[in-house]
Design a protein around this ligand. Structure first.
Ligand code: PMP
Length: 445
């Protein structure tokens, strides 16, 4: 078992003087305290004994109806209450899918980088995780097919493909519609399960929604993971899985030995909350807060990061993935950043094989705009120190200030990341700092 990089960081980032751009924390301070009090009082008055009681493993029927409503808002129809398993957060879905399907040495195919919180689950079940590179359109499905063919020749069949197609964590990129269609086709052709992890689909700040994998033909091979964490509250610890019946049955059995059932108290809270339509307004209000914070972060990056850096332009979700010159190690950089009271997730946490060493994940939902600006400024400062130090030591790079005007050094090559291999102007969500100066280039490319 390995410990989660993000969980380790949380202990440090709870210090009030630290600006954390590390966790994936939604802004729960935007939830009206009066509504919270009224909902909890309502639960106490109408369902006290049941809320304090054990519940069915699959979850309360009312909550499963709420889940069907949320999924319909994502464009997913035709799901019945029996297709849904309520879980203790989306995190438990990842764990239960592994518990159900993975024997030591089994192959899981995931994105490179992948959700850092999935890494400890994959490790605990001793999976052999093969990570497929991404570009601005998400997972490279051509590389996936080559990989599946190679595995086939070796007599190995992955147990499932794990993907976060929409506003990927940590990459910030979204899988294009043609790639989604091809992925589910491949799943059907090869009878391959796909775990579609979709916590962020409703947090879109621009562009048109894309169909979930589950909605597409071939979606019967999809295990769908949803959660209330980012559209309502992670403190509730409630998520869900929709899966083919034989898989869902096993996941239910797996859950029985973990926690018997998810919290009845918070399930009653959710049932009461979804009794009217206000949840849609709340999601819309979150989206407008996060849109502004994302823009603030992108502006701050343009101002404070060195010109050799690159980062993704997320159309939704909570994260930007930045890649620095490859001589900068972001695990080391984090130590320096923490001494400046700012935190991020180092890129290696998103890889099983030590890659990602010069990348970092930045969250823009958890703190306000002033803190985002200041946090990025502080990271930019420690990055600039490293760039300067490298230049002084090697004589190859002129020391210059972050966001400065020095020429791009020819010695700095591309580094691993979702945008690796894409040049300036090749990806809809990618910024390349060579293009940056003078105008707002964020919508370009
Ligand atoms: N999957 C992804 C991609 C996530 O980003 C998260 C939370 N950050 C989870 C799953 C787990 O979420 P939770 O357990 O809070 O529902």
């Amino acid at each position: 078992m390995t410990s989660s990089a993000m969980r380790d960081l949380m202990a440090i980032t709870e210090r009030p003087e630290v600006i954390s751009l590390a966790g994936g924390l939604p802004d729960t301070s935007s939830f009206p305290p009066d509504s919270f009090a009224a909902l909890m009082t309502g639960v106490a008055q109408t369902s006290c004994a049941r809320a304090l009681q054990y519940g069915p493993t699959e979850g309360l029927a009312t909550v499963r109806e709420s889940i069907i409503e949320v999924m319909a808002a994502e464009g997913i129809t035709g799901v019945g209450a029996d297709d849904v398993l309520v879980t203790t957060g989306g995190q438990q879905v990842i764990d239960l899918v592994c518990k159900t399907l993975i024997d030591p040495g089994d192959v899981i195919v995931a994105e490179a980088p992948t959700y850092p919180g999935a890494v400890p689950a994959f490790c605990a079940y001793e999976a052999d995780v093969i990570q497929i590179e991404m570009d601005a359109d998400g997972m490279r499905i051509d590389v996936l097919e080559e990989t599946l063919d190679r595995l086939d020749r070796e007599g190995r069949t992955p147990k499932f493909v794990y993907t976060i197609p929409t506003f990927q964590n940590p990459g910030g990129v979204t899988m294009s519609e043609p790639r989604r269609r091809r992925l589910v086709e491949i799943a059907a052709e090869r009878e391959l399960l796909v775990l579609e992890d979709n916590p962020y689909g409703l947090l879109r700040y621009e562009g048109d929604p894309l169909p979930t994998l589950r909605t597409l033909d071939g979606g019967i091979y999809v295990i769908y993971l949803g959660t209330f964490s980012k559209i309502l509250s992670p403190g509730l610890r409630l998520g869900w899985a929709v899966a083919p019946a034989p898989v869902l049955d096993k996941m239910n059995v797996g859950k029985q030995s973990v926690d018997l059932c998810s919290s009845s108290v918070t399930q009653h809270f959710v049932a009461a909350y979804f009794a009217d339509d206000r949840w849609r307004d709340y999601v819309a209000s979150l989206a407008s807060i996060y849109r502004r914070r994302r823009d603030t972060m992108l502006d701050a990056l343009a101002e404070h990061f060195p010109r050799e850096a690159r980062w993704t332009i997320p159309q939704g979700g909570l994260f930007v993935w930045a890649t620095l010159p490859d001589y900068i190690d972001t695990t080391d950089l984090l130590a320096r950043a923490l001494s400046e009271n700012v935190a991020f997730v180092p890129g290696r946490a998103a890889f099983m094989d030590g890659r990602g060493g010069s990348s970092l994940r930045l969250n823009f939902s958890g703190v306000g705009e002033d803190d985002i600006r200041e946090g990025v400024r502080r990271i930019g400062k420690v990055v600039a120190e490293q760039v300067g130090l490298y230049g002084t030591l090697t004589g190859t790079v002129a020391p210059h200030a972050a966001g400065g005007a020095a020429p791009t050094p020819a010695t700095v090559g591309p580094a691993a990341g979702p945008d690796a291999g894409t040049g300036p102007g090749t990806g809809a969500h990618i910024v390349h700092l060579d293009d940056r100066r003078g105008t707002d280039r964020r919508r370009e490319g």
